[in-house]
Design a binder for this molecule. Structure first.
Ligand code: SPV
Ligand code: MG
Length: 293
């Protein structure tokens, strides 16, 4: 039969009105395999988490080619569609369309691109968040759309509220980005409540589906988002942050006790590792392709 494109699967999740979708953060092949096993239906290749796992800051220190290499490992390790955090597209329209083309080649399902200037800074760090001109960023979106067509879901991310701009500007940017060909609008907020997100949602009236990242307003129950008819929630960095705590605890204990006996029950077994990465398939393939002893 005809193979369904990853973008079509992702689009059916992000662009369905009556069902809230969830994207789980991943930053490498292993975290991708774990998210799939627990039952997530789609993944968020987080810029912050990928940068952190590489030892970079989330300020465009990792290059676009490093990003697409990580995305390839994520795509290969799961069957799930991957929405890639493409930051601001690594430059102008030309860099953005090159990134989109490479992400399509590596099997990504979607590209989220934010209206920041290059280099971006993580939305929760500092007060300097230079925002792109509306027309210039719209051109970046159009260039991506013209280059990859419907082969990637294109999510336009608005950083106006992060930069302290008024709600009216966030809404007018959403209109411009919808006209430029976005499939969905990601509205970001650094507030500790969902207030401004819900205000945006009521002003926007679902002209395009809304995607949110409730990292700072984590106390709000998702029922509020269902009520506001928000389409997609991204759990943006929680595997990476969980890994920091787990690795620190284990490293610390091994260091202090000069031994590993006490941590053995608290870490994944080797069988779990082999299971997650499909070693059983390799055993079957050996039986099939290697000459018998
Ligand atoms: C990311 O996960 O890299 C994001 C979300 O872009 S945030 O860190 O909230 O900006
Ligand atoms: Mg990011």
């Amino acid at each position: 039969g005809v193979k369904t494109l990853p973008a079509d699967i992702l689009r059916s999740q992000i662009c369905s009105n009556d069902d809230l979708s969830f994207l789980m953060e991943v930053h490498d092949g292993l975290s991708g395999a774990i998210a799939q096993r627990v039952g997530f239906k789609a993944l968020w290749a987080s810029g912050l988490s990928i940068a952190s796992s590489l030892g970079y800051r989330d300020a465009n220190e990792a290059s676009w080619s490093q990003l697409v290499d990580v995305v390839e490992r994520i795509v290969d390790s799961t069957e799930l569609p991957v929405l890639v955090d493409g930051d601001s597209g690594f430059g102008n329209f030309n860099n953005a369309r090159l990134l989109a083309r490479k992400l399509r080649q590596r099997g990504a399902a979607g590209l989220a691109m934010q209206d920041s200037c290059f280099p971006k800074m993580n939305s929760f760090v500092g007060e300097r968040h230079a925002i792109a001109d509306i027309k210039e960023f719209s051109g970046r979106l159009r260039a991506v759309r013209d280059t990859v067509g419907q082969d990637l879901v294109l999510v336009a991310r608005i950083e106006a509220l992060i930069a302290g701009r008024p709600m009216e500007e966030a809404v007018s940017r959403a209109h411009a980005y919808a006209n430029a060909g976005a499939d969905a609008i990601l509205i970001h907020s650094r507030k500790s409540t969902a207030e401004e997100i819900l205000e945006f949602a009521s002003a926007w009236q679902n002209r395009l589906p809304i995607v949110i990242i409730p990292t700072k307003y984590y106390q709000t129950p998702v029922s509020a988002y269902r009520d506001a008819r928000i389409s997609t929630v991204i759990w943006a960095n929680h595997s990476m942050r969980a890994a920091i705590v787990a690795m620190r605890r284990v490293c610390g204990r091994i260091m202090a006790r000069e031994g590993i006996a006490s941590i053995e029950p608290h870490i994944a077994t080797l069988d779990e590792v082999f299971n997650l990465l499909g070693y059983d398939e390799l055993v079957r393939a050996e039986a099939r392709y290697l000459p018998p002893d």
